[in-house]
Design a protein around this ligand. Structure first.
Ligand code: HEM
Length: 298
């Protein structure tokens, strides 16, 4: 369709930056433990999911990577520099704004639900005690209430409000209510899946505008109807960065809330209103919160 996602100057800046990095690395034999290196290795036919057996769950919302196409070490298509640059650019944009949205709305919910914030701080203090003041990976992943809050933020404020698929087989969606017509889908039709519509549907999440981490406690999370909670999408094209996104967010909240309280300030809009100018979850006036030292540090 020749639709552009970014203005030309931004696109050219990033593409050139990544292509120059590839060139410099190849010319000078530089090896860094990062994604560009993995893609350069993949180009040579090396498998890049060697550690998949050791994967640890980072949270309930995490999605599983697809095992489709990982059984062959032979690339089906030669990766060009442009492909590698496009992948790196895709990761950058897919992974930046989404995590920032998750963290902004999570901070907002902690401000307007001080009891939730206090309980999370208690959990953080206990974890800090257990690991002698130094955060460990294991301690972070053991924090159940932190995970419940992350899950509930992703439900109420999913950073990706919608995802899409192309129809590969003719299919008819039969009417459910009287007066509705069937919808006939043809091969090639574009289908939009309304993530936020599912997450805020009272049929699946009663009282959906209420921020309630208890929806994700051990007893309740198993009762969630499959495919109604999909912050990271689903199936073979689900989000590749769910573990990283959850881990990154939990680490930051752990560090911040161990030392500070999140509080409302004059600029905090309560209740927050969403911007009508953006397709994504963006606060009308941004999301503003204050940070004050916790009494134990004063
Ligand atoms: C809270 C943070 C994030 C959310 C809510 C999120 C959500 C999503 C969703 C809904 C999709 C579409 C999945 C589908 O249609 O089934 C997606 C795809 C994707 N995400 Fe994320 N994402 C997040 C963070 C990240 C991060 C940190 C990265 C990279 C480091 C990333 C990289 C990608 C990529 C590359 C795809 C496309 C996958 C494909 O087409 O095969 N995302 N994400």
């Amino acid at each position: 369709m020749k639709l552009k996602l970014f203005p030309d100057d931004i696109y050219i800046f990033f593409m050139e930056l990544i292509k120059d990095t590839i060139k410099t690395r190849q010319e000078q034999g530089i090896v860094r433990p990062d994604m560009i290196n993995l893609l350069l290795e993949a180009r040579k036919g090396k498998k890049i999911d060697d550690n998949s057996d050791q994967t640890v769950e980072t949270g309930f919302a995490t999605v599983e990577e697809s095992s489709i196409h990982t059984d062959s070490t032979k690339p089906t298509k030669e990766l060009t520099d442009l492909d590698i640059a496009a992948q790196a650019l895709g990761f950058f944009f897919a992974g930046f704004d989404s995590v920032s949205t998750l963290m902004s709305f999570m901070a907002y919910e902690l401000v307007v639900n001080p009891d939730v914030q206090k309980r999370l701080q208690d959990e953080i203090d206990d974890a800090l005690n257990e690991c002698n003041g130094k955060l460990t990976y294991e301690a972070l992943l053991k924090m159940k209430y932190m995970d419940m809050i992350v899950c509930e933020t992703l439900r109420k404020w999913p950073p990706s409000i919608v995802t899409d698929r192309v129809c590969s087989k003719p299919y008819t969606i039969e009417p459910v209510n009287s007066g509705e017509n069937p919808v006939h889908l043809k091969v090639g039709d574009a289908i939009f899946i309304p993530i936020v519509g599912l997450h805020r549907d009272p049929k699946y999440f009663p009282n959906p505008d209420r921020f309630d981490p208890e929806r994700f406690n051990d007893e309740n999370k198993g009762k969630i109807q499959p495919y109604t909670y999909i912050p990271f999408g689903l199936g073979p094209r689900n989000c590749i960065g769910s573990r990283f996104a959850i881990l990154e967010s939990k680490t930051i909240f752990f560090s911040m809330l161990g030392k500070f309280n999140f509080v409302a300030i004059d600029k905090t809009q309560i209740p927050v209103k969403l911007s009508a100018k953006s397709f994504n979850m963006v606060g009308e006036n941004g999301i503003w919160i204050g940070v004050e030292s916790r009494s134990k540090y004063k």
